[in-house]
Design a protein around this ligand. Structure first.
Ligand SMILES: [Zn+2]
Length: 506
């Protein structure tokens, strides 16, 4: 039910019919194109601490101010960790995926690569590479030590290499099992308690083998972290009742590996388009939208914001918080944060504030009205709603899936590809403008808008504060109930094993 564009530029979208009529995929994609162009111009990403993030902030601010919103930048502390470089210069040339180990030293080293007691022939188990000082007998001082995962802690291998005079250490995966074949990283602390003085980077088994060839020369760079304060974008449309604030948010940062167009350009762009189309509304309750920074670094922006609100005693004014992190996954299913735990128990220690169930109900009512099947996503707290729920603010949100694989049953309900991830480009360089389901983006932009407009008029169902009914005839039916069976925690952004590898010491 698209309305003519001229009408949308002038009229007040104060009904569901009008607001949904002015929201189009083309409108949302304009913002997605802008985010992709920003990533293209800034080393392929929009991660916190980078120019790609700063330009994303500028774009959002400019768009909101042009639409008449009151915009503030909310600064928080952030330590930028530059990505490492692992580059082979001879006998073949290549740049390899790498990661730093916790406790690494820093430096920029170009030197010969010397393998230390590595095992490339199967079964590659056991591997004791670098576990003994004697493994480094005759090691040429100043060379880069190439050691293989196995038997002892990473920190032991690295300290032995440093003591033997290595200028840097590359630790590559063991290669004995599928789980020990990809990029490896972890901590150098354990039996070793001291930070290293030389750079220590991880590599996959295959890249380690490439680096082990005779005549191998590599370039390793690990730069020290630096303080680079970041900002959240906070925008308001003042309501008649400015002590009952309806918040909605999406994280604006990507991971360093890619442009983050589904994660989370999708939530960011949908919210931005809604902000434009709703900007002439005089809401009953104040609308406050947030574009969070540094979600991918551990939910830092939203945590800092909520902490600040708590400290100032103003969090009580926040009636509810709606979170949108990955709403257009290419192999999507539609999911709603499971506030009533009908499909999932929330993880231990994750509270579900009263009122969250009613938010889930509203999204489910919308999907029911739209004739769209939906299912539950665990109320996991694994995105920017975490700080809100930990402080008692009712929350809800939508999610179309990340790294989990779609089942045959789900493919029968939602289409797409069984056996493939909901988002095969999750946290990768291929999370580009082509990594989106436009039909899902269309449905979810409307679902978000319907919730925003509902609560702009009244949050009574959630927190008891009486407001007004949304004008117009449209009303949403009771939820039809979930379909399918999922095993996907809600929220996107942080993968469930986010900290897992970092905790490994061998
Ligand atoms: Zn995300």
């Amino acid at each position: 039910m698209a309305a003519p564009p001229q009408a949308c530029e002038t009229r007040t979208n104060n009904t569901y019919e009008k607001l949904l009529g002015c929201l189009t995929v083309d409108g949302v994609m304009e913002h997605q194109e802008a985010f992709q162009a920003i990533a293209d111009a800034n080393d392929g990403n929009r991660a916190a601490g980078t120019s790609g993030y700063t330009e994303s902030v500028a774009y959002v601010v400019e768009t909101l101010e042009a639409a008449g919103w009151n915009v503030e930048l909310d600064e928080f502390d952030f330590t930028y960790v530059p990505p490492p470089l692992l580059e082979q210069l001879a006998p073949i040339a290549g740049v390899y995926e790498s990661a730093v180990f916790t406790g690494t030293g820093y430096g920029d080293v170009t030197a010969n690569v010397v393998p230390v007691d590595i095992v490339t022939a199967l079964p590659r188990d056991p591997v004791t590479s670098g576990c003994e000082a004697a493994d480094f007998a005759g090691f040429p001082v100043g060379s880069i030590a190439l050691v293989q995962r196995g038997t002892c802690e990473f920190g032991i291998k690295a300290i032995n290499a440093q003591n033997a005079g290595a200028s840097a250490v590359i630790i590559f995966n063991q290669g004995n099992t599928e789980l020990r074949s990809g990029l490896v990283t972890g901590t150098l602390f354990g039996a070793n308690q001291q930070p290293l003085a030389i750079p220590v980077v991880g590599a996959s088994f295959a890249d380690g083998v490439a680096l082990s060839q005779p005549g191998s020369v590599a370039h390793v760079v690990v730069s020290s972290p630096e303080s680079r304060p970041q900002v959240n974008v906070i925008a308001e449309l003042p309501g008649t009742n400015d002590e009952n604030v309806v918040m909605a948010g999406a994280h604006l940062d990507s991971v360093q590996a890619g442009p983050g167009i589904n994660d989370n350009g999708s939530g960011s762009s949908a919210l931005l388009e809604i902000a434009q189309q709703i900007s002439k509304l005089q809401p009953e309750n104040t609308l406050r939208f947030a574009w969070w920074g540094a979600e991918e670094s551990g939910l830092l922006g939203s945590r800092a914001y909520v902490d600040q609100q708590v400290a100032e005693g103003t969090l009580d004014e926040v009636a509810l918080y709606l979170n949108f992190d990955m709403v257009a996954s290419p192999n999507y299913i539609f999911m709603v944060y499971d506030g009533d735990e009908s499909g999932w128990d929330a993880p231990a220690g994750v509270p579900i504030p009263e009122g969250s169930i009613q938010i889930e109900d509203l999204f489910e009512s919308y999907y029911t009205w739209a004739g769209v099947p939906y299912d539950d996503a665990q109320f996991s707290g694994r995105s920017d709603y975490q700080a809100f729920i930990l402080n008692g603010v009712p929350a809800g949100g939508l999610f179309t899936g990340a790294e989990v694989v779609k089942t045959a049953e789900q493919a029968a309900i939602w289409g797409g590809t069984a056996g493939a991830q909901y988002d095969p480009c999750y946290h990768l360089a291929c999370d580009t403008i082509d990594n989106l389901a436009l039909d899902a983006l269309d449905v979810n932009t409307d679902a978000i808008a319907a919730a925003v407009l509902t609560y702009a008029y009244s949050t009574e169902a959630v927190n008891g504060v009486v407001g007004k009914k949304v004008p117009g005839k449209l009303a949403f039916p009771a939820p039809a109930g979930p379909e399918g069976t999922v095993n996907q925690p809600g929220g996107g952004g942080l993968s469930p094993d986010h900290d897992h590898e970092h905790g490994d010491i061998d």
